[in-house]
Structure formats: structure tokens, C-alpha cells
Design a protein around this ligand. Structure first.
Ligand code: EPZ
Length: 424
């Protein structure tokens, strides 16, 4: 099993280039199912999850050309299979983002249930509620742990859909399904993440008629057909926040390039509350925590534009090193404190009660053997390892490689004493 070793590294310094957003490129690739023409997606990060999504598309019948670095050309000339591969869905739950486009394009999709993961049950009831509202027949085949969704002969019909929670995936799936439905679809209480807007921009380039993406009410007017397009993925706001925190936790200074400040406002605001200097420059976001008396602050995760749940664990790692107590509240996922046990192995002394963690702060962390319990918790352990005394050995790092491109290389470029080792 591969591991990451991190030694106490001192203040990081330099500049880092942010890659394309994992949580945008995955629905963008799924959307290529909606046309028989070629879609060219540029700015694609080299991630395990992107490879899984390419396999999902190929399995359905797509011709994928990924010879050019950072570019994927996908053409679903005809759908040859309408069943998601179970092993791929288990590996990456974002495979379910292919349901909406498959339903719209092909009229039927069979999807193995994605199952939960360490951060929560992660049901897809809101996705299915949307498909039903568009006229689809949804059979939840519990025995075979799969769901079979079939559009009527005459195709899907637009409708108004209220999301009980502004689910990112459900918003994206329903938006994609509605592009080829007859009539108009309104998604109420829609997710407002930047990735939703990026997807709507791609779909409109393909000929869809989507308005108000990025607000809590999205309007989709169905069209007959969609065509190919060329689209560049937005930068990854979670990777941006991760490297902003790398400067903060090591008391260094980093210029985070190719980042969109408008997508990370809560992180900028919270770091400033901790007395970290954050400047938005033409070439990127400059974070400077050198020689500054940092103070504690509380964070509460919320759907966008609130504080992002994906930055909760990296920010918590930072708060363990800041003088003063902090309260961290997780409101999006029901079990996203798995990293607390791992940080406590390093001496963080955090206590949790339901969805609230009390971080005493002011700790001198010590290196330990820890696990990456999810993608973002893995990043949190790397950040903690940078300032812990001695060596931190992080296992289960496949989580990290799912969502961060060249993670170890980028930290090395900032002066981190970090390496990946292959161990049987
Ligand atoms: C997306 O997951 C992201 N993944 C997640 O990033 C991110 O944490 C999450 O949005 C929230 O921002 C991708 O975009 C690939 P949700 P998604 O549907 O769409 C409940 C990472 O680390 N819910 O907004 O699955 C659900 O249980 C990953 O990059 C339902 O109850 O998130 C959760 O509590 C982790 N029923 C809440 O909504 C549903 O049908 C938010 O889930 C769907 C969701």
C-alpha cells in the first residue's frame, strides 16, 4: 500500500498553480452523453476520478480521445449500453451523475446503488425525485442493489421540482436530464455552487436553454437536440483553499495562481479573521502568515456560498495550531469528523459532540501513523504533518489521489519535506 511521509517542514514559500476542478470536470464529462457530436473539455486535471468517469463513458459507448495532456475529446455517437458498471460506481459515487444525461439521451439507465462512504449515507433520493417529476419510471431494485430509471415512450416532460436540500449532484443530474425534456423545468432550492454554473455554461454552449444557474431557482427550457462544444474547466476552489491553508498552517507565504477569488470568499474571510494576510492580486491569491500573531475563529459548513464542507477538515488541522479554542460545526454531511481521531493521534486533543467539534488550539502536533479517512481528510493530515514534530506517515492515500493532481509534487515545490513511498 502506498503511503505519504511528511516531515516537519518549516514555513512554506513560493507559488502553486491550481488545476481544473474535480467537482466540475466530472459532471462536465457526464454531460457529453447528451450529444452524438464531439465535446472537447480542456483544463482537465489528471485524477483517478477522471479516469473512472472516462471508463464509465466508454462503457456506455463513448469514443474517448485523451492523447493530448489536459484535454478530453468525448463523442457518444451511439449508446451501446445503458447499465453503469458496479465496480466503477463503488469506486466513485459521482458515477451517478451519468443518470440524468443517460435518461435524456437514451431513455433508460440502470445504476448500481452507489452506497455510502465514510462521510455519510449519501442517498440519491433527491436525484430520483427529480427524474420522477420529469415523467420517468423509477424502480429501486433492492435485491440487486440497483435502480432502473426509464423515460416514457414520448420522452421526458418538464416540471417544477423542489429540492428538500440544495444537493449539488441532484441539481446537476436534474439539470442535465431536463435539457432534452419537452417544455420547461424549474429547479427550486437548487444548489448554487460554481460547478453548477460551469455545467450550465457547457450545456448552453451545446445548445441547451438554461437560465439563472447559480441562483436557488434554475430554469431549463427543453430543446430537441444538443451539439458538441469546446469548454475549459474552472479552477478547483477546494484545492485553492487547501494551498491557502498550507501557507497559514506553516506560517509561510504562498501565491496561489489560476485561482478565482470569487469562489473562495468564505475561506478568505475566515483566514482574515485568524489574522492571516490574504491579498487578491492580478496573478493570484497571495496568503502571508509570516511573523503574525494568529487568533482562533469558529467555522460552520453550509451549502454555497457558505463555508465549504470540503475545506472543513483542512481548516480544522490549521485551527489545532492557532492559540485559542475554536468550534467547528459540520451541517452538510452527518459523519464528516473521521479525521478528528487521526488529528488526536498527533496530539490535537479535539472533542466532538454530534456535528460539533471543539478544537482547543495552541497545540504543538507530533508526527504519528495516521489514515486518510476521506479525500479532504487526507489533505488535512498532510497539512498537519507539515508542522508536526518528527515524521507523519499517512496511509490509505488513494483517497487523496482521487481528487488532487500532483499533490506531493506541488507541496515539494513549496519547500515541503514530503514523499510518497510504495510499501507492500
Ligand atoms: C458534491 O457531492 C461534491 N462531489 C462533494 O465533494 C461535496 O462535499 C458536496 O457536493 C457538497 O458540496 C462532487 O461534486 C463530485 P450533495 P454530492 O448532494 O453532490 C444529502 C469532495 O471531497 N443528499 O450536495 O454528493 C447528502 O446526504 C466531495 O470533493 C440527500 O439527502 O453532495 C448530504 O448530506 C465530497 N439526498 C447533503 O445532501 C440526495 O438525493 C449534500 O449532498 C442527495 C444528497
Amino acid at each position: 500500500m502506498a503511503k505519504i511521509l511528511v516531515n516537519s517542514s518549516g514555513p512554506l514559500h513560493g507559488e502553486v498553480e491550481i488545476s481544473g476542478a474535480k467537482n466540475s470536470v466530472l459532471p462536465l464529462l457526464a454531460a457529453t452523453i447528451l450529444t452524438d457530436q464531439t465535446c472537447t473539455i480542456e483544463g482537465v486535471p489528471d485524477l483517478v476520478d477522471v479516469n473512472v468517469m472516462k471508463e464509465m463513458l466508454t462503457n456506455y459507448g463513448s469514443d474517448i480521445d485523451d492523447r493530448e495532456k489536459g484535454v478530453i475529446r468525448a463523442a457518444m455517437k451511439e449508446v451501446r449500453c445503458c447499465e453503469g458498471k458496479a465496480e466503477l460506481v463503488q469506486e466513485m459515487r459521482a458515477s451517478v451523475f451519468t443518470m440524468g444525461p443517460m435518461l435524456a439521451r437514451h431513455g433508460k439507465v440502470i445504476m448500481p446503488m452507489p452506497g455510502g462512504c465514510t462521510i455519510g449515507k449519501r442517498p440519491i433520493d433527491l436525484h430520483l425525485k427529480g427524474f420522477r417529476a420529469l415523467g420517468a419510471d423509477v424502480v429501486e431494485d433492492g435485491e440487486n442493489e440497483r435502480v432502473i430509471v426509464t423515460a416514457p415512450e414520448e420522452g421526458l416532460t418538464g416540471d417544477a421540482i423542489y429540492l428538500d436540500f440544495p444537493s449539488v449532484g441532484a441539481t446537476e443530474n436534474i439539470m442535465m436530464a431536463a435539457t432534452l425534456a419537452k417544455g420547461t423545468t424549474i429547479i427550486e432550492n437548487a444548489a448554487k455552487e460554481p460547478e453548477i454554473i460551469d455545467l450550465a455554461n457547457l450545456l448552453n454552449k451545446m445548445g441547451a436553454r438554461i437560465k439563472y444557474a447559480g441562483t436557488d431557482m434554475i430554469r431549463i427550457e427543453g430543446v430537441e437536440k444538443l451539439s458538441g462544444c469546446i469548454h475549459n474547466v474552472i479552477p478547483d476552489r477546494i484545492e485553492t483553499g487547501t494551498f491557502m491553508l498550507a501557507a497559514a498552517i506553516t506560517r509561510g507565504d504562498i501565491l496561489v495562481k489560476n485561482a478565482l477569488p470569487g469562489h473562495v470568499r468564505p475561506i478568505i474571510a475566515k483566514l482574515k479573521e485568524c489574522n492571516v494576510d490574504v491579498e487578491v492580486l492580478p496573478e493570484g491569491i497571495y496568503v502571508d502568515a509570516r511573523n503574525r500573531e494568529l487568533v482562533a475563529t469558529d467555522i460552520k459548513t453550509l451549502p454555497y456560498p457558505g463555508f465549504p464542507t470540503d475545506i472543513q477538515s483542512p481548516f480544522m488541522a490549521f485551527l489545532t495550531t492557532v492559540k485559542g479554542q475554536s468550534i467547528v460545526r459540520e451541517t452538510v454531511f452527518e459523519n464528516r469528523f473521521m479525521h478528528v481521531v487521526e488529528l488526536n493521534r498527533m496530539g490535537a486533543d479535539i472533542s466532538t459532540e454530534n456535528r460539533e467539534a471543539i478544537v482547543p488550539g495552541g497545540k504543538k502536533l507530533k508526527g504519528a501513523k495516521v489514515r486518510a479517512t476521506d479525500l479532504r481528510a487526507g489533505a488535512a493530515m498532510v497539512l498537519a504533518g507539515l508542522v508536526a514534530k518528527g515524521t507523519t506517515e499517512i496511509s490509505e492515500i488513494y483517497h487523496i489521489e482521487r481528487g488532487y493532481e500532483n499533490f506531493v509534487g506541488k507541496f515539494k515545490g513549496l519547500g515541503a519535506d514530503i514523499m510518497k513511498i510504495e510499501q507492500d
